[in-house]
Design a protein around this ligand. Structure first.
Ligand SMILES: C[S@@+](CC[C@H](N)C(=O)[O-])C[C@H]1O[C@@H](n2cnc3c(N)ncnc32)[C@H](O)[C@@H]1O
Length: 229
């Protein structure tokens, strides 16, 4: 792992890498999901306590193959989920898993919209989501783009809506790793660090309700945030 500048083709390289490592990453992620499940459940509880919409609209950024989180979002009755990922392979897997022919998925097709592409290029009407979920995905944006993305999320959330996401907890402009999960991959992460990230979220108009630094299931420390618009 090394410190580096942000390469111009960072998005193309991340996409190409996830296209290659998708199945290896997904094998890991499904087995190590308690924290993501916990923070997702927290948002469900907050939404239900606030008596919000009976037909909630959820946005998931960097959804991967849709397991376990997109699937959990769909378990919320009547929810409509828009799930985005930059990787063609990941979106294809999500389509197969969540929109497949299996009987238990029969109700998903009208409630799930999958969008392939860079999350920073997404555009939605202001105040259109009850909650936005981004696990281990904003961390792949150069940090100046993380700031812009948080600003967009704030605008997309309904008043009283929630952002739940995790960020790297230390201040690093660019961390790159060759051969992260495969001999052909290259990976990039970035972060403003704990204090600055919390400040950016608050300045965007999202009140930080939970801001925990916790180690995840593989002992990596992240800032886990739940914020309320
Ligand atoms: C570490 S995985 C996390 C996947 C899933 N959220 C999870 O928790 O298992 C990061 C995901 O973010 C996606 N990603 C990375 N940069 C992205 C971007 N700019 N726009 C959309 N998705 C992106 C990757 O393709 C990958 O599927």
């Amino acid at each position: 792992m090394s410190q580096a500048n942000v390469p111009k083709d960072v998005k193309e390289r991340i996409k190409a890498s996830y296209d290659v490592i998708a199945s290896k990453y997904n094998e890991w992620t499904v087995k190590h999901s308690p924290l993501r499940q916990e923070y997702t459940a927290k948002v469900f509880e907050f939404l239900s306590a606030s008596g919000s919409s009976q037909q909630p609209r959820f946005l998931e950024l960097g959804c991967g193959a849709g397991l376990p989180i997109t699937q959990k979002l769909l378990s919320c009755p009547e929810a409509h989920v828009i799930a985005n990922d930059i990787s063609t392979t990941q979106i294809g897997l999500a389509r197969n898993t969540l929109l497949g022919a299996a009987e238990e998925n029969a109700g998903n097709s009208g409630r799930l919209t999958l969008i392939e592409g860079d999350m920073t290029k997404l555009s939605f009407t202001d105040q259109s989501f009850d909650a936005v979920f981004a696990f281990y995905s904003l961390i792949h944006l150069p940090r100046t783009e993380q700031t812009e993305m948080v600003g967009k999320i704030a605008r997309w959330l309904k008043p009283g809506g929630y952002l739940v996401a995790n960020f790297a907890d230390s201040d690093t402009e660019a961390v790159v790793m060759d051969k992260w999960l495969d001999k052909n991959d290259w990976m990039f992460w970035s972060s403003w660090g704990r204090d600055e990230t919390l400040k950016i979220i608050e300045e965007a108009g999202i009140k930080v309700v939970v801001g925990d630094v916790r180690k995840d299931e593989v002992n990596s420390s992240f800032l886990w945030v739940v914020g309320k618009r």
